[in-house]
Design a protein around this ligand. Structure first.
Ligand code: ME8
Length: 511
């Protein structure tokens, strides 16, 4: 049986339209999922929407809609985003589904039965925008006198009865776990941030609210709904069939990777693992918190009017160029800035000039001068060995980089090979070998095709559609595109389809 790999994105709040930040996490997770499938894993890839809580209830009220009708509508726009970004997700979960209410209540009851929940009262600060509680000491005051959370979200003082989770009881175990598992929280700076936070005494976590109704009812106490983060985090279990631990998909637990933005690290690296410890469930293997995108140097916000709909970028540049740009432009983990000029540059230089040209020059030359079939291979020259050295270890290098979520390193290594391929064509000049040394010309072309095959195979997770077309042109059968198939070479004489350009240069309209 294939090994299991479970990867998740955050589930997104349905309080507004999806934007490039949501697309980013979705695409990064999709690249991981697709790569693991290529590498022989059975992958469960989950994304979806987070539909309860005060923030969503308020957004529905502001829109003059009933919360269920409102969440149905906005959740559909996230599903549409997932499709538009080419996601290969296994499920799209919604927290308003019945199965999710059952799972959240079952987790609650398990915690309660084991004595991890008690009834008390919450008196303190709450930010609806972040759906988070804050200590007095964390707050700042705006010029107008409004108290603000460290995220800049306005807070309000809340006094209400509340159930609490005895999170404080798990502080030492959590620290020990993080220390014993250096890869559990990544990147390193985020891990240090969590360990820093854990130097202060962990308080118990308020896990129910009474001021509004839009949430999962607390079992046995209708006056309370669950704190939205408790219900939200449980989605990762619901999708696998929890509480039925005999469900077929339960074998995917624990998750291999929760991919999240740095804004929600604490929920995933402190609240979630302690809840799981209390419930006696295994902990996720890794939580990776990526950086934050701004738009032309500005924070994305509705009031600035600079929120970019990723679907518009797809119409302008194509999906694969967008996917490539997002993971190539910025080392994962760092913050990034979207600018139109930057995406055009990546598209024209790296996709059109480097990769597109390497394929087009090679394949159109084969079509015109080598009978349109896979050319004959020859004994390797020093130049051939030097080129192949860039490719031979590439699958392992890319796999290792992706296991660290170093998408940018993976792409950089692939581009070293692509550029070496272009240098090799220029230097070997197959056009001048055509008359004088036709066999050597064939060997040069065959090697270039073998290089392109490795490159295109490894790039499939990043650019599924264009690499599928490139592999078609390279004569690779649909069932020979995984990493294991790289060991088998395409026989000389295999007919190759008529080539056509894959990455046209992007030219701005004169208007
Ligand atoms: O936090 N740059 O949902 P959310 C990069 N429902 N990534 C960004 C981004 C940006 N500017 N803006 C958003 C929630 N993201 C909860 C999660 S999980 C159990 C519950 C991405 O709609 C990034 O992944 O506010 C971030 O963590 C997530 O969207 C927040 O989405």
């Amino acid at each position: 049986m294939k090994p299991a790999y479970y990867i998740t994105t955050p589930i997104f709040y349905v309080n507004g339209a999806p934007h490039i930040g949501h697309a980013y996490t979705m695409i990064a997770a999709d690249v991981m999922a697709r790569f693991k499938r290529l590498d022989g894993y059975d992958v469960f890839f989950l994304t979806g929407t987070d539909e309860h809580g005060q923030k969503v209830e308020k957004a529905a009220q502001d829109a003059g809609q009933d919360p269920q009708a409102f969440t149905d509508q906005i959740s559909a726009t996230f599903l549409d985003l997932a499709r538009a970004m080419g996601l290969s997700n296994t499920q799209f979960i919604r927290t308003t589904e019945e199965r999710h209410k059952r799972a959240s209540q079952a987790l609650w009851q398990r915690l309660q039965a084991d004595g991890h929940i008690y009834l008390g009262g919450y008196e303190g600060w709450y930010a609806i925008r972040d759906e988070a509680f804050y200590d007095e000491g964390e707050l700042t005051v705006s010029p107008s006198g409004q108290k603000l959370a460290p995220t800049g979200a306005p807070v309000e003082f809340v006094t209400e009865p509340s159930y609490f989770f005895r999170m404080s009881a798990f502080q030492e175990r959590l620290i020990a776990y993080i220390e014993a598992n250096p890869d559990f929280i990544a990147p390193q700076a985020r891990r240090n941030e969590v360990l820093g936070f854990l130097r202060n005494k962990l308080t118990d976590l308020s896990i129910s609210r009474t001021g509004f109704r839009w949430g999962v009812p607390v079992p046995g106490d209708d006056a309370h709904v669950m704190y939205v983060w408790l219900d939200a985090l449980t989605n990762y279990l619901t999708a696998l069939g929890y509480p039925d631990e005999t469900a077929p998909d339960w074998r995917f637990w624990p998750a291999d990777l929760h991919l999240v933005g740095k804004d929600i690290l604490r929920f995933h690296a402190v609240y979630w693992p302690t809840l799981l410890m209390a419930a006696g469930l295994p902990l996720p293997k890794r939580v990776y918190a990526h950086g934050w995108w701004t738009i032309e140097g500005e924070k994305m916000s509705k009031s600035l009017g600079n929120v970019i709909d990723p679907r518009e970028l797809v119409s302008a540049f194509g999906l694969d160029a967008l996917r490539f740009f997002l993971l190539r432009e910025v080392p994962f983990g760092n913050d990034g800035d979207y600018g139109r000029a930057a995406i055009v540059r990546r598209l024209n230089i790296e996709l059109a000039n480097d990769l597109g040209n390497l394929a087009q020059r090679t394949l159109s030359f084969v079509a015109k001068n080598a009978g349109g079939v896979m050319p004959g291979r020859g004994a390797a020259t020093t130049a051939d060995t030097a080129l192949w050295a860039h490719v031979a270890n590439l699958p392992g290098i890319v796999a290792a980089a992706l296991d660290r979520q170093a998408f940018n390193d993976a792409l950089a290594a692939i581009w070293v090979a692509v550029r070496a391929g272009n240098g090799y064509i220029d230097q070997q000049a197959p056009w001048s070998l055509r008359k004088t040394a036709p066999e050597r010309m064939e060997a040069v072309l065959a090697l270039l095709i073998d290089v392109l095959r490795v490159v295109a195979t490894l790039l499939q997770p990043f650019m599924p559609d264009s690499m599928s077309r490139m592999l078609d042109q390279l004569g690779i059968a649909a069932d020979a595109r995984d990493l294991a198939s790289l060991a088998m070479s395409v026989p000389s004489g295999t007919a190759l389809p008529q080539p056509s350009g894959i990455f046209p240069r992007f030219v701005e309209d004169a208007a």
